[in-house]
Write a protein that binds this ligand. Structure first.
Ligand SMILES: [Zn+2]
Ligand SMILES: [Zn+2]
Length: 258
């Protein structure tokens, strides 16, 4: 895919999108920057995995990182290290709990410390950084573990992407300030019948989202993903009942170009 002026975003589903896969979060920007690593190795052929230069993580939960260790396996020996950008606390979790030579080899030192398979870079709240063709600004969101959402921009266009969060403020304030905002990608995990577990686990339901909608910019589409498969049909009905034209469920692989 050529990296041009437009912003290409592909919502990936495992096995080519044939499985209801949005539990395993991965979005791909311009074919080279992944947002989370839930299903990179299942959704992409090896040739496309090799084009991924960096992964920006929202948080360290399993469904957002599960394909990262497998991707390291597939990229082993590649000339350029894969860059992983995430809050420092997320990187510490990866080092302690995944790349610890017990669960998985420490690919930050393999094949050698000088030329590793993966390099970890800490990013900080409010500090904009460059990620290939886009600039990215992290904002904290509210979940059961530290987590970031991101404003992602190119000249003349921007989008907001967040992984898991419950109702939150800083990211929506940033969304209201963002110039040329084209879309918001937001998790929605549970049906309203599971409001209790949604609250306890730091996730949205349709009703919780409806109460938060005033904080969102007007007229910007909100694409919802991360629905728990057993809740999906209820969530569909509950979202439809809200009669809110901004809300769209992302249920299968989809490519956007802004
Ligand atoms: Zn989570
Ligand atoms: Zn999740």
């Amino acid at each position: 895919m050529s990296v041009g002026k437009t912003l290409a975003i592909r919502a990936l589903g495992p096995y080519g999108g044939s499985a209801p896969g949005y539990r395993l979060t991965t979005f791909l920007l311009d074919g080279e920057t992944a947002l989370d690593a839930g299903c990179l190795t299942d959704a992409l052929p090896l040739s496309a995995q090799r084009r991924v230069r960096r992964i920006i993580l929202t948080h360290a939960h399993f469904d957002h990182i599960v394909s990262l260790p497998l991707l390291c396996d597939n990229l082993y020996g590649q000339r350029r290290p894969l860059e992983v950008l995430a809050p420092a606390v997320v990187l510490a979790t990866l080092s302690r709990d995944i790349f610890n030579d017990r669960v998985w080899p420490d690919f930050t030192k393999l094949p050698s410390s000088a030329r590793p398979t993966v390099r970890l870079h800490a990013i900080a709240e409010g500090k904009t950084f460059r990620a290939g063709s886009v600039s990215v600004t992290p904002f904290p969101v509210l979940h059961t573990v530290p987590a970031f959402g991101y404003v992602i921009a190119k000249p003349g266009r921007s989008v907001v992407f967040t992984g898991d969060t419950r109702p939150t403020d800083a990211l929506w304030a940033a969304a209201r300030r963002a110039r040329d905002l084209k879309a918001i990608f937001l998790e929605l995990s549970f049906s309203d019948t599971q409001a209790e577990v949604a609250r306890a686990s730091g996730h949205f339901t349709p009703r919780l989202l409806a109460r938060d909608l005033d904080k969102f910019p007007a007229r910007v589409p909100i694409y919802l993903y991360h629905m728990k498969p057993p809740s999906l049909s209820r969530i569909r009905r509950e979202i439809a009942a809200l009669r809110e034209s901004r809300l769209r469920l992302l249920e299968s692989e989809r490519s956007f170009r802004f």
